[in-house]
Write a protein that binds this ligand. Structure first.
Ligand SMILES: [Mg+2]
Length: 127
């Protein structure tokens, strides 16, 4: 069955390039432009009874940043859903904040398609 991924990033360019990369590998992708939008998309998918295999999120976004978004997801029934961070943030303290909030992995932009797909496979298919 096709795996469904929620992709959260405020950059339309990143969203389209990552989406394309994932779709080419057979993943289904729903996009959101920030944490707030992503929470709405999660509610929408829940209402439609659609389950997700993974969330990929940026950190620096308007409205709601990635760390806050991860914390919010962890307060819901989706707390066991893996969340992979894809960001330009390489600071150790920020990575630690992400880990504490509940991120499953941390990848740096510019994204390398092979590396991203490998990380996703490892997370999504190991369950
Ligand atoms: Mg950003």
């Amino acid at each position: 069955m096709e795996k469904h991924i929620l992709l959260v990033d405020d950059s339309p360019t990143i969203r389209s390039s990552v989406s394309l990369c994932l779709q080419n590998e057979g993943y289904r992708v729903t996009e959101a432009k920030d944490g707030k939008d992503a929470l709405q998309k999660l509610q929408f998918l829940k209402d439609k009874d659609q389950s997700l295999a993974l969330i990929i999120t940026d950190i620096n976004m308007p409205e709601m940043d990635g760390i806050t978004f991860i914390s919010k997801v962890k307060e819901t029934e989706l707390k066991f859903l893996p969340i992979l961070v894809l960001t330009t943030e390489a600071e150790e303290f920020m990575i630690e904040k992400g880990r504490v909030a509940g991120a499953s992995g941390w990848l740096l932009k510019p994204f390398q398609p092979e590396q991203l797909l490998w990380a996703i496979k490892k997370i999504v298919w190991s369950k």
